[in-house]
Design a protein around this ligand. Sequence first.
Ligand SMILES: Nc1nc2c(c(=O)[nH]1)N[C@H]1C(S)=C(S)[C@@H](COP(=O)(O)OP(=O)(O)OC[C@H]3O[C@@H](n4cnc5c(=O)[nH]c(N)nc54)[C@H](O)[C@@H]3O)O[C@H]1N2
Ligand SMILES: Nc1nc2c(c(=O)[nH]1)N[C@H]1C(S)=C(S)[C@@H](COP(=O)(O)OP(=O)(O)OC[C@H]3O[C@@H](n4cnc5c(=O)[nH]c(N)nc54)[C@H](O)[C@@H]3O)O[C@H]1N2
Ligand code: SF4
Ligand SMILES: [Mo]
Length: 737
Amino acid sequence: MSRTVFRTCTLCEAMCGLKFEVDGERVLAVLPDEEDVFSQGFICPKGTAIAAVHDDPDRLRTPMRRMASGDFEPIGWEEAFSLVARRLKEIRAQHGGDATAVYMGNPVAHNYGALALRNAVFAALGTRNCTSAGSQDTSPRFAVSYYLYGASLIVPVPDIDHTQYFLCVGANPRISNGSLLAAPDIRKRMLAIRQRGGRVVVVDPRRSETAREADEHLAILPGGDAAFLLSLVQVLVAEGRIDRAKIATLARGWDEIERRIAPFAPERVEAMTGIDAGTIRRVAREFADAPSSAAYSRVGVCNNAHGTVASLATDLLNLAAGRMGEVGGSMFATPPFDTRPILKLTGADGHARWHSRVRKLPETFGDLPASILAEEMETPGPGQVRALVTFAGNPVLSTPNGRRLDAALELLEFMVSIDLYINETTRHADVILPPAWGLAEDHVDFINTAVATRNTVRWSPPVFEKPAGSWADWQILLELIYRLGGGPTGLKSLDWLYRLGRRVGIHWKPESTADMLLRLGPYGDRFLPWSRGLNLKKLKRAPHGIDLGPLRPGVAHRILHRDRLMHLDVPVLLKAIDELADSLESAPSGDDALLLIGRRELRSNNSWMHNVPELVSGRARCVLLVHPADAQRAGVGDGETAVLENHIHTGEVTVRISDEMRPGVVSLPHGWGHVASARWQRTAGAHAGVSINDWTDDQRVESVVGQSILNGLPVRLKAKMPDSGDAHSASPARAQI
Ligand SMILES: Nc1nc2c(c(=O)[nH]1)N[C@H]1C(S)=C(S)[C@@H](COP(=O)(O)OP(=O)(O)OC[C@H]3O[C@@H](n4cnc5c(=O)[nH]c(N)nc54)[C@H](O)[C@@H]3O)O[C@H]1N2
Ligand SMILES: Nc1nc2c(c(=O)[nH]1)N[C@H]1C(S)=C(S)[C@@H](COP(=O)(O)OP(=O)(O)OC[C@H]3O[C@@H](n4cnc5c(=O)[nH]c(N)nc54)[C@H](O)[C@@H]3O)O[C@H]1N2
Ligand code: SF4
Ligand SMILES: [Mo]
């Protein structure tokens, strides 16, 4: 008998409501949930493809152990857990906690059980060598938020549903469906801005899908955004368009900013931005004169040179133009789960409280930059990384100089991965522990509701019952934590209680944490039986979610600093502005060099889901977009295989000639390069593509947070000579344990 289950999509930040038609263990259809309070019937092709991941025969269903041949054999859960716990404990006893590193990938952000245990994992391992996808996409934003507002997760959201002027910098929400901007069907929302007489301006070296539908596209030079945004602020200051009294009610330290940005006159940033001074002045005036306006910058800016200053400058522009906390401006969500107190309690939040051993790069929000992994494994000495735990990540494809990491993983004494697939990274693991995965789990969103364009909350039940004998992600993590001597909070003062409880059959569940956060949050019942506020039980009775209203105006209500002001007088940020001012005249590229940037494709989800036939069928997507003039200079034609080279790597790419590129800039999507995992993911292997991170440089990091610089990398493009190019060779297998 078929049944219907409503569930939020966990693949990206848009949180679309899905409607699953299910018969037994089979998904008959995945449709949009027309009644979802947030997405109101929108979904993208990836949402539908969830069913194919569920049915994928290549998805792992039992723990796997790597053999000396490099192939895998299935093993039982008890054997797997005891092997993993024994090896991790041995390495900790012999070499200390920091000898084990952790990498947590993007899907953790959509996995509340794993998020709740994140710090407990680090504490149980006793390591500070924690890394994540954050250093490829968000660390600059987190650090800026931490300093300005007092918590990394306080991120302003452009109020796109009410704005009359949307300045979108280094983001392609038409394809990505927004990042740190949860807004399903962004295309419709952007069209609506134009329909109500507003203006959309997109700043991107490529005329992206989003730029194509904007009023104006500014083809900036890669890495020019920080200078561009500060120059807009400088124009507002120089033209006397600043309301200092108003700013003083919201922020402290504005004077320092004004002094620091004086060098960023439009004429002086032309070389770095590739945008003429007249245009910069005009955009600044338009932004200030519009009835409402919101500036937003994202991944193309964050994972670039000066990503922290650019993220800061985005907020400064909104503040300078009087748009901070205003309807139609840059606002703050009031999320139902207020995680800030927990993050404070567990010491998870902060910046530069410790540094990496080899390169001394700082921690951000508890994570070190992932680009340290290879060198920490290769460099001998106390604290050398000898073991790795990966959770839902694929750093060989997603972090810079992936091939170096690919080789370094073979130096490890032990590696365990918690993942659905054998991929380019997990193929190195001694043991892979596969979760029963999302559809067999309940779900609430802990993070993305904090960056949504409207306040909502929704509970998702599992679509299927968890198969007997299978483990959820959080159960796997918790089992490992207990076996390593820890507990679910990561705090010694509390964990002994949970350990005691477990012995008498009382178990920690992420659901209880969700219930507590909801009840203590801004809409909660505070545990008062007569309250009309929310608790999980009430939430479960609303299958399409509960609408909690529009974003609330004002800034102070979200700031954690005691004085409720934005703090702009932050030495590390001010110094970074000064350093940028000193480098304004330096040209970003060499003579014959092209600058390589990345992109996302609609039917792609970072490095995974390429094993879903519907998502990889048709025209090849892993192609290098090259401007016609650059292609002609290199002597390469459309559809041809050419050679891309730089100081890190030389390899082949398929060229697509396109005038959507700024001349001198070429674009390759990330997350491809599946030759090494073709044995285990057959469809992905047949559409392998190449990894952009074979060319990116792990030593090239932004100065404040050590964020990977993944965009704007100098490369040379050449026609293919007979015999050139290479293949992704499989690394030798580590000895069996
Ligand atoms: N050059 C360049 N590199 C980039 C980027 C770029 O723009 N340019 N973007 C960066 C960005 S923004 C990100 S977020 C990273 C992403 O890179 P990563 O975070 O390293 O990983 P993903 O490619 O998202 O792979 C996710 C893995 O999790 C597994 N998985 C999926 N769902 C689950 C689950 O529920 N449980 C478990 N245990 N596993 C699961 C999948 O099988 C897959 O192996 O890439 C970054 N890399
Ligand atoms: N379809 C799809 N959706 C996704 C994902 C996916 O893989 N596929 N991944 C999800 C994840 S993990 C994230 S973090 C979000 C990211 O979502 P977004 O932040 O929207 O990131 P991208 O789509 O990579 O768009 C970045 C844009 O920046 C441009 N760019 C590159 N360099 C520069 C530069 O120097 N300056 C400027 N101004 N622009 C530059 C690129 O050309 C590109 O158009 O998307 C999420 N959604
Ligand atoms: S836009 Fe994102 S959340 Fe919505 S269906 Fe697609 S992948 Fe899922
Ligand atoms: Mo990301």
